[in-house]
Design a protein around this ligand. Sequence first.
Ligand code: GLC
Length: 550
Amino acid sequence: MNNFHDKVIYQAYPKSYKDTTGNGIGDLNGVREKLPYLADLGIDMIWLNPFYPSPQNDNGYDVADYTDIDPMFGSWDDFDALVEEADKHGISLMLDMVLNHTSTEHTWFQKALAGEKKYQDFYILREAQEDGSLPTNWESKFGGKAWSKFGETDKYYLHLYDVTQADLDWRNPEVREELFKVVNFWLEKGVKGFRFDVINVIGKDEELKDAEDGVGKAHYTDTPIVHDFIREMNEKSYGQYEDIITVGEMSSTTVEHGVKYSNPDRKEMSMIFSFHHLKVDYKDGDKWTTMPFDFNELKTILDEWQSGMAEGGGWNALFWNNHDQPRANNRFGDPENYPVETATMLAQTIHLLRGTPYVYQGEEIGMTNPNYATIDDYVDVETHNAYKSLLENGLSEDDAIEIIKEKSRDNGRTPMQWDDSEHAGFTTGEPWLKVPENYKTINTTTSETSKKIRDYYKKLIQLRKDMPIIQEGDYEAVELDHPSIFAYVRTYKGEKLLVLNHFYAEEDSIDIPKELLDMESSYLIGNSGDRELTSTFKMGPFETAAFLLN
Ligand code: GLC
């Protein structure tokens, strides 16, 4: 595999990136139109969320045809033009492969429903238990039970996500063969990267049983056979190429498995997304609650993943935002009062870590949660399910909407804010999801705030390209239990990079260890002007600073 450690990946959510037809929905031509913008930012690869034919019950993660393009997003000509033009800018494409499940509208599922045995074996169908209860007591990750009636039969099909997302049976070799064909199809189209959706849940236990916890994760998450399946996929598809970058989305995984998935010797994937650091504002592990984030927990998790993955030779994807997450600016900072400081500090924290940074559309200009007033403004299926269940649990509408405002996946899905014209220049029509009200002050064209943030991202992206210490340096935390500062050192060939990140608005300071102070220091980058390293280093609101030490 090529060395991708100097690269930065940008995630564009096509539906919300740029609409070129006026139908209110972003499209492939919109991404193409913005290639100069992306090239200017300095990114190497664009991960595009699914644009395949889909009933859009889960915004395209319910795929009805893996090897076609939904006309809503454009045509084959548009796709080819995108690949070609991106290449001219030195940018390649990473596609989203949703191989754990298909839409129930996929022809495979439809044929299964029509009675074709071959396709029934593509899915996980089971009869009710003797007492008439569902085949297992597992829960769907989107609320409710994980089984639904399979047509007019006496069977049920498994869906770990929405009822319209039927889980495929990866234990069936024919299924694997079909799915590897899909990956190869896109490789032949010039795609250079893949993001594998929820890939660590593809290996369900051979015998499906009730879960003791009534949830079921242990019966399908990180099972030993998942690694076999991924190695086989590597061998039969992307592993045959030199320069492909792959990232697995790992639901509730562990460092131990993270290492296995991403250590190059095992020939599975280039890197993984893990999510533990984005659950530090879940009260008792429940997402649909509100709570200030637990800073100590956040640092402990980042540190565990940095150290553990390095030790085992694994590789982390580094990110704060994606299409499933509320905006990190709102969760971990104060975008109202300190928009530039918040955004640049968060960016620096992860861009100088060991791993591959992902920039999610809009974070490079300081976009925030939209704070919609009513539930009707939200589109996401998970959000609506959660709202219903919050009300059922006795919350008032007002209390429920406060939680939705902070936790909904739509927070990250709002249209990209290009300028200060109507609908932020995203569309000339009615946007499928409302544009946040702050587009006049946060946008790529007229906003000074956004410009400062974007310039900072450009510097961070360039630094990674220029500096082996950022690409390859070892990682070690400094004073891990500091109450407001996350500090770490990267080390490479005798040189050190000290990175200090202050996560709060109140001033604070950190004592710099003597062995670091004894070294010759030079200021590399920060959001508070040129600083000098002192034994008691004071930090302002959401300040970040990095020093090179020789
Ligand atoms: C992943 C996707 C998410 C989707 C889910 C089911 O978590 O990121 O958007 O809903 O998988 O496919």
